[in-house]
Design a protein around this ligand. Structure first.
Ligand code: COA
Length: 326
């Protein structure tokens, strides 16, 4: 059976650590409050001269090296991001140029925190359809540039980072088994960036109203996230006649430890089945899942034949799951 298989993983996190104690000095909060409500202890912040394309390029270089694949062999680059270097063109094109992946075509996917699973599904479908042999799929974000560092409701949650995987079309039982994508645009204003798109083009008034920053109604997002992550995970398992016991590792989008624990509880997953690194990086949106895959694999938590379940949820709302035979 022709499937897209992950043959290399990589990630890159900026060096600067912003701990909860640092955020205590910026807004009216405490380290204990942040940890108790989110499970987050610290997050990474990109340097002033670092771009999303720089983070993505470093993660991609590590994934290519792990796969033993040269940039010229890549046919397709798909990148999940909502904090690209420019509103357009796609940051994937900048990464293509950085890597000198001159035979690839490249585009971004805008699905917020579901960006990587959407990108993975898209690239996998292209490879299965025979439209290329090797693809680079990236999730990369510099969320710190769209966070309002005076808003304690949001600034505690997010961080910067990048992860990448190399996919290869192979005649194999291993690889991406199925993808299940969902969205519901009626939830737009629970989690979004109001400016500066076509609705609110860049203006002094927009700056004064802080429209270029992420806005969120956290407790509403929380409820829909838990329900959606649970349902879309169950959908992936049911579609493939698998049970929760068959899952070797569950890697959910790392938004908040309480969301992850509530989802795992509903799915009846054990602690050993769940990968969590949100305490170290916070929510890096499209980057959380590829960073987690890279850390899980390099840490020996993913072995040949394992069944890996990914599930993501984000602004839009968008959500999705991917089932992978490692
Ligand atoms: N420090 C201290 N107090 C804070 C605070 C902070 N950083 N942020 C909010 N509060 C206060 C609120 O002002 C509110 O005070 P009030 O009762 O006097 O009005 C109180 O804490 C409770 O606020 P609430 O928003 O109900 O808290 P919560 O338990 O829902 O936790 C989040 C807030 C943001 C941590 C939580 O809703 C969450 O994680 N939501 C999901 C967000 C997410 O993951 N989004 C991305 C999905 S991809």
């Amino acid at each position: 059976m022709k499937r897209a298989r992950i043959i290399g993983t990589g990630s890159y996190l900026p060096e600067t650590i912003r701990a909860n104690s640092d955020i205590e000095k910026m807004v009216d909060t405490t380290s204990d409050w942040i940890f108790a409500r989110t499970g987050i202890e610290e997050r990474r912040i990109a340097a002033d001269d670092e771009l999303t394309s720089d983070l993505a390029t470093k993660a991609a270089e590590r994934a290519l090296e792990a796969a033993g694949v040269t940039p010229e062999e890549i046919d397709l680059i798909v990148m999940g991001t909502i904090t690209g270097d420019y509103p357009w063109p796609a940051t994937a094109c900048i990464v293509q140029n950085n890597l000198a992946a001159k035979n690839a075509y490249a585009y971004d996917v805008s699905a917020a925190c579901s960006g990587f699973v959407y990108a993975l599904s898209s690239a996998s479908d292209f490879l299965q359809a025979g439209r290329g042999k090797k693809a680079l799929v990236i999730g990369a974000e510099i969320l710190s540039r769209i966070i309002d560092w005076t808003d304690r409701n949001t600034c505690i949650l997010f961080g910067d980072g990048a992860g990448a995987v190399v996919l290869e079309a192979q005649d194999t039982e291993r690889g991406i088994i199925s993808s299940h994508m969902r969205s519901d645009g009626s939830y737009l204003d629970l989690l979004y960036q109001p400016g500066f798109g076509a609705k609110h083009p860049a203006s002094q008034q927009g700056l004064d109203e802080r429209l270029s920053f992420l806005k969120m109604q956290g407790n509403e997002v929380f409820k829909v996230a838990v329900r959606s992550l649970t349902e879309v995970s169950q959908e992936a398992l049911a579609a493939n006649d698998c049970t929760v016991e068959d899952v070797s590792l569950f890697i959910p989008h790392q938004a908040n430890r309480r969301i992850l624990e509530a989802t795992a509880k509903r799915l009846k997953l054990t602690d050993e089945q769940c990968f969590i690194n949100v305490h170290r990086y916070g929510n890096t949106s499209g980057a959380t899942i590829p960073v987690a895959i890279d850390e899980a694999f390099r840490g020996g938590q993913l072995k040949e034949g394992d069944l890996l379940l990914l599930a993501a949820f984000g602004g839009g709302f968008t959500w999705g799951s991917t089932l992978i035979r490692w």
